[in-house]
Every structure is written in structure tokens, then in C-alpha cells.
Design a binder for this molecule. Sequence first.
Ligand code: SER
Length: 317
Amino acid sequence: MKKILVTGSTGQIGSELVPALRKKYGGDNVVAAGHKRVPQQAFIEQGPYVTLDVTSIESLEEVVTKYQIDTIFHLAALLSAVAEEKPQLAWVINMQGLSNVLEVSRKNKCAVFFPSSIGAFGPNTPRNNTPQDTVQRPNTMYGICKVSGELLCDYYFNRFGVDTRGIRFPGLISYKMLPGGGTTDYAVEIFYRAIQKRKYTSFLQEGTYLDMMYMPDAVRAAIELMEADPKRLKHRNSFNITAMSFAPEELAAKIKYYIPDFLINYQVDPVRQAIADSWPQHMDDGAAQEEWGWQHQYDLEEMTKDMIKHLSQKLAV
Ligand code: SER
């Protein structure tokens, strides 16, 4: 990884992955690409920024050749709840975008990181200790795009030798940038409301367990996988990884420890509840541990402490 392109860089993961990559590989060597959202000023100042629509293969190829890119972290995509609202658009952005990235990578010999998700599983998947290799029959447009993406990335590796690698991310929790339109977003929103309003109405019901991860672990995972020795990788697209599994009431109880008058109540959104009910509660990430040494650092306790500390500073309470 010498010259890196990050698509979807203004999103929840990109906003933290780009600074981490720039710290490691040098600001000029990491090109951040975004589409509609305006990037933070610091972000533009620390290295190159380009406006890029990933559904245009010509624009993508232009950026890759201009900056002599050798690695693409392809993050541009619509999340699960938005994808249910706009399934046709989700297919175009999530699939045409990935197909363009893979094709340009084949021609320009780039490695590709593809973020898959717990959403790549479905209602017939074992929900606990979800194996690395198991039934994947998602019933959401987001999940269909993720499974297709995993298969397409493996195809490009096996057929054309493109160095594709991917991770099935759990719900990601962070204080720098809000996620947009996902099912696991409640686990981020809850912190904002707890600090600002002392109460939160959860759109997922009590007892809804989902895999989750704090952003510093997620960013480190993406970089570590791309740096892993390819000889050790038996899998490619995509690796289960997890750090914690909790239900809304358990997260609320942890927050209450720091904010004693915090209250949670529930008003279930049937669309997002159905999505959550079709996803794993706790994945087995043994393959990632074995093949590239994956280990999470933040559990529920550590994540909650860190989120409250940083978000309180950010919201200047
Ligand atoms: N966090 C994503 C979502 O909720 C899942 O990968 O859509």
C-alpha cells in the first residue's frame, strides 16, 4: 500500500479511516474521494481530496491513473435502512460502484478492500456463533448487495488475481461522524441523546442483540487485513469480525452508570426491527483470528467510557 484511494471517504468509516491511513502512509499518499457530502476542512488540508461518483467508471479510472493508485478502500455505499427505501438506487450505487472498482483495479493492478457486513446474513443463518462459512440468504437489498459483493470480489481474485480482501463489519459505533441510514445506528444515536437530553427512544426493541464494534477497532481491522500476509489467507471475502454483542437495554444500563438520570424507552420501527431480526446476534470470528491475527481491543465497558468522554467534549457539555 503506497498510493491509496478511499471512496465514500466522508462517511462514518471513511472519516476515521482516512486520517489513520494518512498518519501511517503519509498525507499525500492517501486520496480521499467523496460524492455529495462536504468534507471537513481538516480532511482536505491533510491530503488530496477529489469529488467522485463511483458509478462512473471513467471518472474512477481517471483518479486511479492520475494518482497512480495501488490500493482502493471502497467504502461508498448506501446502508441498510436507506437501501430498503430506495432498493433500485442501492443496487446501482452498491453494485455498479463495486463492479467499476474491481474492473479498474484489474486493469491498474490495485488491491481492493471491500466492507461487507452482518447484513450479508439472513433469517436462515445460525444467529449465535455464526460460522465464517454458513448459509447466506439475506432478505434485504443491502444484504443482497453485500453477498453479491463478496462473491464478485472472490471472483475477481480467483479469475483475475485481483488482491481483494473484505470484512463483515458489525454495527460500528463512533463519535466523529454519524452513520447514515443503518439499522445499528441506534447504538450511536443513544449516546448523543443521553448526553444532550438524558433520554432516548429506541427504534429496536428490548432483547435485540446485535454484533457491534468501536470505530478504532474497525479502522485497525481494515488496515491489518490489507497488510496481512496473503499466504496465510484461506478466506478473502469476507471475514467475520466482532467485538461485543448487546441489546439496547444493556447499552442503556452501561450509559446509566455515567449518566444516572438517563432513561430509555421504545418505539419500534417495524422495518429496521425486521432487518435486525434477520441478522446474527453474535458472529464467530475465529477465522480472522487464525488467518491474520485479529483481536478486538474495546468491549462494551471500554467503548461506553470512551464514547461518553469524547462525545461530551465534542458536544461541550
Ligand atoms: N451498520 C450497517 C447498517 O446498519 C450494517 O452493516 O446498515
